[in-house]
Design a protein around this ligand. Sequence first.
Ligand SMILES: Cc1cc2nc3c(=O)[nH]c(=O)nc-3n(C[C@H](O)[C@H](O)[C@H](O)COP(=O)(O)OP(=O)(O)OC[C@H]3O[C@@H](n4cnc5c(N)ncnc54)[C@H](O)[C@@H]3O)c2cc1C
Length: 473
Amino acid sequence: MALRTANQYLDSLRDDRVVYYAGERIRDVVEHPHFGLRARANAEQFGRGPEEDPATLALRTVRLPDGEPIHRWHEPPKNRDELLKFIEMEESMPGDAHGAMTAGLSGLRILSRKMDAKHGTAYTPRIDAYADWYARNDMHGAFAMTDAKGDRSKPPSGQADPDLWLRVVERRKDGIVIRGAKTSVTSAALANELLVLPTHGMGPADADWSVACAVPANAPGVVMISNYAGAPWGERFRFDKPVSHSTFHHDATVIFNDVFVPNERVFMDGEFEFTRELLGYFTTLHRTGVLVNEPRGTRRLIGAAQLMARYNGLESVGAIRSTIAEMIETAQLLDALRFTALNRVQIIEGICVPDAVACNLAGLTVTGKRDAYLTFLCELCGGPVLTAPSGLDLVNPETAAMVKKYYVGKEGVSAEERLRLVKYIYDVCASDASGWTRASGVTAAGSPGARRVAVGRGFDLEGCVKAVLGEIS
Ligand SMILES: Cc1cc2nc3c(=O)[nH]c(=O)nc-3n(C[C@H](O)[C@H](O)[C@H](O)COP(=O)(O)OP(=O)(O)OC[C@H]3O[C@@H](n4cnc5c(N)ncnc54)[C@H](O)[C@@H]3O)c2cc1C
């Protein structure tokens, strides 16, 4: 099959999967008014047949050694050029990103060889065959890693309820049976495959929880309960919510109620000593996300601030100029970190990944600064950020003239221009969607704490201490 079309992807989601959302079961995610929005955004990652722009097709396609074309998501970059193309492709893709799946599959391929060498297991041919099947069939996958966990101070084997971390509850000749829940799984209800991986490094007592496997999203026993991030306002409110009027993010708690997984889909079962290393691989290709999102997000905030200051006639006010100058410093720093990340690349077991320190510093820079910038934008916008009339009042003949009269900016700036920006700032800084983006930026691809650990790794702290001791002794 190799490259699926958008319609083939959408049709594949009509498979009796069990999805609950806002208190009810969704029978057809494609037809659902909210899930359908995201499904169609994901579908744009797939082909459009003869209508597809050749440049897009070239960017999203690579060829297997036998010449079969596959989506670039499925082929981990081996050198810097391929990494740049991978990121360029990632930047151009709407919908849910796929880097974590690629990282997870690549990590398992590397580890399978190590596990087989140590334990005489036969994981290598299984994961190789699965990854090949996954790529050739152009699957859309979700990465199911984060366990429910319960008491965070205790390991899986120390929990009052052993199911709080996903585990193997039965081993059969032809496969295993797993039970547990993975929380926060992005795109789960719109995926074909769920890649189950352990969340933490495990100890000898946690062998039953050291499990990695692939499960079809519609496998018997799989139940998904989606979050509810608020109903999208829809096309009618495009003016009022220019960024998020018709977007829908979905992450699900995926419950595995005694799900049977055949042997050919089991890639780790009990090899606890390899779990920590597996986590390391996850953070490799997944890092690329920060290089895509953060510089783009910061530039948007700068553009909005400068334009609002201009529209309101405040462009030359010293305090405003100096805050915008500070934002520019951050943008330049992010560009420099992006440059470093993509030039000081690391080749980890044949996969080319951006520099860990630069990526994590970029993430930390944004989490440290973004709140202040959003506050600044709200201040600059004034009360209208929350109180301005809707774009619908701008077109209603009964109210249009009044709105047009009183919402102008400096001379030459119409109410429509100014309100368009006010609504943009509302959507980026003060709407429910902006809150989602803020919280997601804190935890989704690594908490600030985890990033700090990664930045400090390998730093010569004792060298610094010695230098000072040398100066004072
Ligand atoms: C939008 C979004 C999308 C996501 N997508 C995915 C996905 O696709 N797949 C997936 O598997 N996961 C996904 N995640 C989950 C994400 O990886 C986790 O939220 C993150 O790893 C933190 O785990 P947790 O949520 O269980 O928080 P917890 O483990 O409960 O941690 C919360 C906080 O508690 C503290 N803490 C926890 N344990 C300890 C400890 N032992 N010692 C000291 N302090 C501790 C830390 O401060 C930590 O930040 C997503 C999350 C978000 C927000």
